[in-house]
Design a protein. Structure first.
Length: 78
């Protein structure tokens, strides 16, 4: 290790990678907090990968129905 630096370059890269990964995870959690986005991604996964496997279709439709129950379908009257 270089005498001036208190941390190795490998450790700096590791900390930078961990910080970037944590930022990506928080963004993903923010996006998936809305049931509409989860339903959209489930349908997208279903069209991409669910044609051949009945088990995959069943899992997707089960999750879609679970998230559909959490949607706010009330109308605001102004």
């Amino acid at each position: 290790m270089h005498p001036i630096y208190t941390m190795s370059f490998a450790d700096r890269e590791m900390f930078a990678y961990n910080a970037k990964r944590e930022k990506q995870r928080k963004e993903l959690d923010r996006v998936l907090a809305q049931p509409e986005n989860r339903i959209k991604y489930a349908f997208q996964f279903l069209t991409d990968f669910g044609q051949d496997c009945d088990e995959t279709r069943k899992k997707c439709y089960d999750k879609i129905s679970e998230w559909s129950d959490k949607l706010d379908t009330s109308e605001a009257h102004y």
